[in-house]
Ligand binder design. Structure first.
Ligand code: DQA
Length: 147
């Protein structure tokens, strides 16, 4: 199992940005947590963050036939990007959408998610643990497909 974790704009500012919403831990802490979990589960994981929509699209395209699962927190692009949705549809890799905060309880403009149409599951409001839950969901799905 090889999983790509994608993070959108401003997630590199974790620890600094709105700690009352996103907590005090940094982006590096998030990467350490994901890498340690991947090691425990004996799976390969790569983590990528960008503030640029096109770079995220490129990364999804490059994932084609390289990864068998994608965990994606598109951050603000969740609510605006048809391009990310189209890229996910193009590569056809099973994907889980993650949000650190509970977007369902936030502003109206955060209630739309374009990637949700493609992702088989959304994990929202579990903090950093949501990324680990998303990895579990991808592993479960792969096991189900192999049985
Ligand atoms: C977020 C929620 C988005 O609405 C916001 O734009 C983000 C982070 C989250 O992880 O809770 O940047 O995706």
């Amino acid at each position: 199992m090889k999983i790509l974790v994608l993070n959108g704009p401003n997630l590199n500012m974790l620890g600094i940005r709105e700690p009352e919403i996103y907590g005090n831990k940094t982006y590096e802490d998030l990467c350490d947590l994901i890498n340690a979990y991947a090691k425990e589960k004996r799976i390969a994981v790569d983590i990528f963050q960008s503030n640029h929509e096109g770079d995220l699209v490129d990364e999804i395209q490059d994932a084609y036939s390289e990864y068998n699962g994608i965990v994606i927190n598109p951050a603000a692009y969740t609510h605006t990007s048809v391009a990310l949705l189209d890229a996910l549809k193009a590569v056809g890799i099973p994907a889980v959408e993650v949000h650190i905060s509970d977007v369902s309880k936030r502003e109206d403009y955060r209630q739309i998610s374009f990637v949700r149409e493609y992702c088989f599951e959304t994990v929202s409001g579990l903090g950093f643990q949501g990324y680990l839950k998303a990895i579990d969901l991808l592993l479960e799905r792969q096991n189900d497909c192999n049985n």
